[in-house]
Design a protein around this ligand. Structure first.
Ligand SMILES: C[S@@+](CC[C@H](N)C(=O)[O-])C[C@H]1O[C@@H](n2cnc3c(N)ncnc32)[C@H](O)[C@@H]1O
Length: 374
């Protein structure tokens, strides 16, 4: 069984695998929701700290087939969960179940929790409590066609929550999706990224962090693995020191962000400041209808509104028409990547895409399209 599993949004497994290889992890297996990888706990710390696209890192600990509650209980009992936390710490069991004889998530969670707490009771005469909000140990149970996969979480709060974004607009991108888009665009990391509809600035902040080699986890104080028995502080400090010493303090180019909404620009500036990258991003407030290149060369990556959450479709048609016009007439010889969850609005740009990826923004399937301007 591979030692760890990094999960990510659908559509980003391939770039996640590439990222893990770049981190020096040779053995990986890619599946639709993420990537299994081999490594020791130090590798796990590193992936939690440095991955830009992973949502969380799990450690698979068991897999077995069970049809009856007693079988489930007996199988869970075979693995020693007392080695991860002590009895005064807390647990939570999370379950996803599909096409199985036992199909009640809450019942399965209760059975797994009972099997675990009974191990503690038998050994120490006491049991750990459940904490649904902020547990020390999360246990993930996935069951499909009666095949159970049990994993412990090493991440805690999801990795896309970097900590720099305290405020956002109506439809912000998750931070790990923004980073995934930058990977998918094959940006060279040495030229400006511009986002003319930048909202709270997620794409630009992620681009700045990527170009400056700032690991997203350095903005966090806590990871799930820190709660586990055997957490190796020395190894963690070594990993942290290594990534921090590889960071750049500045860039010899600037990223550029713009948005029609001044409130958004205010938020984006604050978010960039919290991430420590405000000195490499220039912001302005302008409509896409009049927007012109703020620099000589670069890559345009943007996420226009697409109606599922903001605005109504008729007004948005004009926005997409303006975006198409601006690209065609003012961005000659530029490449642009557009993320949209609305394939009809995309047609209003009246441009032909040259490449296409499918990614998921939460439950919404989106197209990430490349346009090469001549
Ligand atoms: C989907 S949001 C972008 C979200 C952003 N990626 C983030 O993570 O926060 C689209 C943005 O386009 C902006 N917008 C809408 N119409 C515009 C226009 N005509 N010109 C420029 N920006 C516009 C909105 O104010 C909104 O912030």
């Amino acid at each position: 069984m591979p030692e760890f599993f990094a999960s990510t949004a659908k559509g980003l497994s391939e770039v996640l695998e590439k990222e893990l290889k770049e981190m020096g992890i040779p053995k990986t297996i890619r599946v639709s929701g993420g990537v299994f990888f081999e490594g020791n706990w130090e590798t796990c710390y590193k992936v939690n700290l440095s991955s830009r696209v992973a949502s969380r890192v799990l450690k698979p600990v068991q897999d077995f087939v069970a049809y009856q509650p007693e079988e489930l209980y007996a199988n869970i009992q075979k693995h020693d969960f007392t080695k991860y936390i002590d009895v005064h710490q807390t647990i939570k069991v999370e379950v996803v179940v599909k096409e199985s004889k036992m199909h009640d998530q809450r019942f399965i969670a209760m059975k797994v929790k009972d099997a675990i707490v009974d191990q503690f009771r038998d050994k120490f005469g006491e049991r750990p409590n459940v904490d649904n909000e902020n547990p020390d140990l999360r246990i993930y149970v996935r069951c499909k066609k009666n095949k159970f996969e049990i994993a412990i979480d090493t991440t805690g709060e999801s990795l896309f929550m970097r900590g720099y974004r305290r405020e956002a607009g109506v439809a912000p991108l998750k931070e790990n999706l923004a980073a995934g888009l930058l990977y998918l665009s094959e940006w060279d990391r040495q030229s400006p990224i511009i986002d003319p509809m930048c909202g709270s600035g997620t794409i630009l902040v992620e681009a700045a962090m990527l170009a400056m080699n700032i690991s997203p986890g350095t903005l966090r104080r806590h990871f799930g693995f820190m709660n586990l028995k055997g957490f190796n502080t020395e190894a963690w400090e070594k990993v942290l020191e290594e990534v921090v010493s590889a960071e750049k303090e500045d860039l010899d180019f600037k990223m550029h962000g713009s948005d029609l909404d001044r409130q958004m620009i205010r938020m984006a500036k604050e978010n960039a400041k919290r991430a420590g990258v405000d000195h490499v991003i220039e912001f302005q407030s302008e409509s896409i209808a009049t927007y012109a290149p703020p620099c000589e060369k670069g890559l345009l990556v943007t996420n226009p509104p697409y109606g599922a959450r903001i605005g109504d479709e008729d007004n948005l048609k004009d926005v997409y028409r303006d975006l198409g016009y601006t690209l065609k007439h003012r961005f000659k010889s530029w490449d642009a990547w557009i993320l949209s969850g609305n394939k009809d609005l995309i047609l209003d740009m009246k441009l032909k895409s040259t490449r296409r990826h499918f990614v998921f923004n939460g439950p919404l399937e989106c197209r990430f399209l490349k346009y090469s301007m001549f």
